[in-house]
Design a protein around this ligand. Structure first.
Ligand code: CP
Ligand code: NVA
Length: 310
């Protein structure tokens, strides 16, 4: 049984195939094959979502499957039923499971005790569906209409600014290594990547740069990336995090210090005037809505690939 719990659950060759399949689904939307015909996929969400929820629901439907949304406010998991029992029970009904929650270990436990593919739709530790989509979005531009998407990423540099100690930064550390990219993280020393992600990166031979100088981070970058400073679950720390991350705000001046053709990316939702200024969000090289759209195409390719691997 194969799962997508972290970026490195797929090999580089598999990611290359997923990207080409996503391009195919994007081009033939509404007219492509339906590999999930007759299947039902569950979607457990313990946190809010716009993009992830809607893109998975629409995507599973477009692949011929039936998505069911399971808020933890409604299912017994939210009232203390164990993850292990939830995994065993759901495996008797459905063909795959998408989950957004807090702890990465909960997602791993679900995969371990169930007998269906599990997809990580964001934890505090990682957001792998987002990072695959972001890489695909850049590759679409760099490879052109018929070039090799995956190969176009090789040697490119992503600069990640702001909250360098949470899910999006961690996912770039694992993702960049898998895609053959370089990653430089610019954030406060107090928010440097933690031991767990460092160990995981080392295991897969990955390297990254961490600096508290935002200009050093963006130097020669092909992608400038940021995310909110207070993620879901950190709302009570908003003020203190805002103050310490302000030097890493992506504004016009910092964006201009990257490569002249650099792309600006953000997973969204964005807080204009905080981690990014409005002039950068309005910039012609800001591709945030392409990233949002591509969640649909890339996740369809991920789900279809896992369904085929069963
Ligand atoms: N980027 C992202 O995962 O957005 P949602 O929280 O809206 O799903
Ligand atoms: N880091 C953000 C990402 C949202 C898509 C969060 O976890 O809230």
């Amino acid at each position: 049984m194969r799962h997508f719990l972290k970026e490195t659950d797929f090999t580089a060759e598999e990611v290359a195939q997923i990207f080409e399949l996503a391009r195919h689904y994007k081009r033939s939307r509404g007219a492509h094959e339906k590999p999930l015909a007759g299947q039902t996929w569950g979607m457990i969400f313990a946190k809010s979502s716009t993009r992830t929820r809607v893109s998975f629901e629409v995507g599973i439907h477009e692949l011929g499957g039936n998505p069911i949304f399971l808020s933890t406010n409604d299912i017994q998991l939210g009232r203390g039923e164990t993850i292990s029992d939830t995994a065993k029970v759901l495996s008797r009904f459905i063909h795959g499971l998408v989950i957004r929650t807090f702890k990465q270990s909960d997602v791993e436990e679900l995969a371990q005790h169930g007998s269906i593919p599990v997809v990580n739709a964001l934890t505090d530790f990682l957001h792998p569906c987002q990072i695959f989509t972001d890489a695909f979005t850049a590759a679409e531009r760099w490879a052109g209409p018929s070039g090799d998407l995956f190969a176009s990423l090789k040697g490119r540099k992503v600069a990640y600014l702001g909250d360098t100690g949470f899910n999006m930064a961690n996912s770039w550390i694992l993702g960049a290594n898998l895609f053959g990219m370089k990653v430089s993280l610019g954030g406060p020393a107090s928010d440097a990547p933690g031991e767990e992600i460092k160990a995981l990166a080392a295991k897969s031979g990955g390297t990254f740069q961490f600096t508290s100088d935002p200009y050093e981070a963006v130097k020669d970058a092909d992608i400038v990336y940021t995310d909110v400073w207070a993620s879901m679950g950190q709302e009570s720390e908003s003020k203190i995090r805002h103050d310490r991350m302000m030097p890493f705000q992506v504004n016009k001046k910092l964006f201009a210090a990257a490569k002249p053709d650099a792309l600006f990316m953000h997973c969204l939702p964005a807080h204009s005037g905080e981690e990014v200024t409005q002039d950068v969000l309005d910039h012609p090289r800001c591709v945030i809505f392409d990233e949002a759209e591509n969640r649909l195409h890339v996740q369809k390719a991920i789900v279809a690939t896992l369904a085929k691997m069963r």
